[in-house]
Design a protein around this ligand. Sequence first.
Ligand code: NAG
Ligand code: NAG
Ligand code: NAG
Ligand code: NAG
Ligand code: NAG
Length: 599
Amino acid sequence: MELTGVSIRRHLIILLQLLDLASHASAKAVFAHFMMANAAQYEVDDFKNDISLAKGSHIDAFALNMAYGVSTSEQAVANVFNAAESLGFQLFFSFDYAGNGSWPQSDVIAFLQKYSLSSAHYKYGGKPFVSTFEGPDNAGDWSEIKEQTGCFFVPDWSSIGAQAAFQLAGGVVDGLFSWAAWPTDGQPMDTYIDASYLDNLKGKPYLMPASPWFYADMPGYDKDWAYHGDDLWYSRWVEVAFLEPEWVEIISWNDYGESHYIGPLNEKGYGVFTTGKAPYNYARNMPHDGWRLQLPYVIDLYKGGTASITEENLVVWYRTQPGTACAEGQKQYKDRSFQDRIFFSALLRSNASVKVSIDGIEKDARWEFEPNGGIGIYHGNFDFDHDHLGETTVSISRDGEETVHVNGRAITETCTDGFANFNAWVGSATSGTTFSPVAPKLSLSKQVCIKGSGSANYTELCETTCRYGYCPIDTCCCTAMGAQKKRPKPTYEKGTPKSGDESYSGLCSFACYYGFCLEATCSGNQTATHSHPHLGPPACVGNGDDDRANLHNSSCATSGPHAQTTHVSNAFKQAITSVGAPFGIGFFIYAGIVFGFYF
Ligand SMILES: *[C@@H]1O[C@H](CO)[C@@H](O)[C@H](O)[C@H]1NC(C)=O
Ligand SMILES: *[C@@H]1O[C@H](CO)[C@@H](O)[C@H](O)[C@H]1NC(C)=O
Ligand SMILES: *[C@@H]1O[C@H](CO)[C@@H](O)[C@H](O)[C@H]1NC(C)=O
Ligand SMILES: *[C@@H]1O[C@H](CO)[C@@H](O)[C@H](O)[C@H]1NC(C)=O
Ligand SMILES: CC(=O)N[C@H]1CO[C@H](CO)[C@@H](O)[C@@H]1O
């Protein structure tokens, strides 16, 4: 082939495009949602302290949540950029359209123009990255904002669902952020809402939320919510590893009022308890620092496919009062499904045993999840006896010798002014012995799903197919990854959904092919010979355009499993009528997500 100048140039362009694609593919990053409202009193040194801790946790950037019209914002933003520039950290704005009304277009442009040239401004594909909390009514502002600032726009418009958000203002978004970080139906966290984003974004990048907890008691903002946190800080990171979204945003770094902070406690940040008329400060003396200890490991794993361990450690968390304590202090929590348990995650180089003692009485506990191959995070929980409370110890030992333990705050039925604190107490410890790095034998790209589940009718099928690496995200949810298990000998049976519901077609096809055709749901045809199970079309897509439109309204998955959880929707209906939480990265919006999905 003769290379003329033109063809060389063409090849160069293609090469550059490929390089660009490659750099996009490796652009994974983890952010933490940072409430500027809680940092109004911060000096540069406070920001520096937080930034050092975030960097040490392998977090790439803070998403600066800013409500409109707050007089302290200018100075606080200048200070945080100053701190980030000096420490080589990244920041971007998350304009909050729900906290104190909409942001005028010109103010957004002014902030972006002023700060996007800073070395500390996070960029994606060379463009200044920008996000929001809500604001779909102002979607029309963004083509002009993009034009003037060249920004890369990834809003959270969760209240209207993925499909509508994707289409708003002629498809102005470059990606989407979902606020749905908590399970709302009393079940463990699943990935159906994430799947709806991945489906609807059609290849545009997804910013996936991850949060450890949710508890708020602020009558001033009409917020008295406690949601299922429990194992969430473990299980959500497994979901991140499985879905491998473009980015992850931790909710939150410092939202003390909603109890999902993973940053340090800071006396300067508690103003929200006064403005929110909280009956007491439920964050003070309730450190969550331990939730950062294993972040370098899970973040490296997600970003690079592998991570190493040089020291073992243990993180323990729980509520310090049982759910039944101090009944008169309790509010109308929307979700009482949280469990009276002690939760623990240990980062270990090999298996070990775990024991829990309460008030000096020691009991064997067990791992609920062990990492495939033995290296990584072990997780479990311990159901405590309500008649026997007191100080706690969780300890890990191997060959009869203790490697690490955490002494925890006493669990008691004594409450503060009659209020049970449903925030979590988090403790952690490292073994104190370092060793040369060990890493899981298989990188993430060589692992498949080895355990999973699904809602309602999908449960049994998903449990079976996910075990063997087939865990379609629209219908199933993967809960563990590892080496591909040897699949059963194929029967070559052709499986089709009995009901004709296309969302079962891949599952039935796979299941019948490998000889576990579920008779209640799938029909198998023994006479057919296939060389492969027919796994398409993707579970929820259906055959024709009409199906697609129906299924993809917001989440094709919600047309199936989630549709059954109407009691949740009712709870959220109440929630949505009690809007009015300035600065609350309001749960009512989250209500809206579900509201938008189901009605
Ligand atoms: C809300 O924004 C308005 C301007 O629209 C401002 O005057 C007011 O002080 C803001 N509220 C708070 C609590 O900052
Ligand atoms: C790990 O250790 C625990 C406790 O000794 C044990 O129950 C479990 O079966 C072990 N796991 C494996 C894979 O051997
Ligand atoms: C799901 O289960 C319900 C009852 O449990 C049944 O009526 C329905 O037909 C099932 N749907 C499918 C697609 O199998
Ligand atoms: C089974 O498959 C054969 C061959 O493809 C076909 O002729 C037959 O109609 C199928 N039977 C049923 C019950 O679907
Ligand atoms: C419930 C709902 O939002 N249904 C919509 C699904 O999508 C179709 C076509 O886009 C609309 O016509 C429905 O109103």
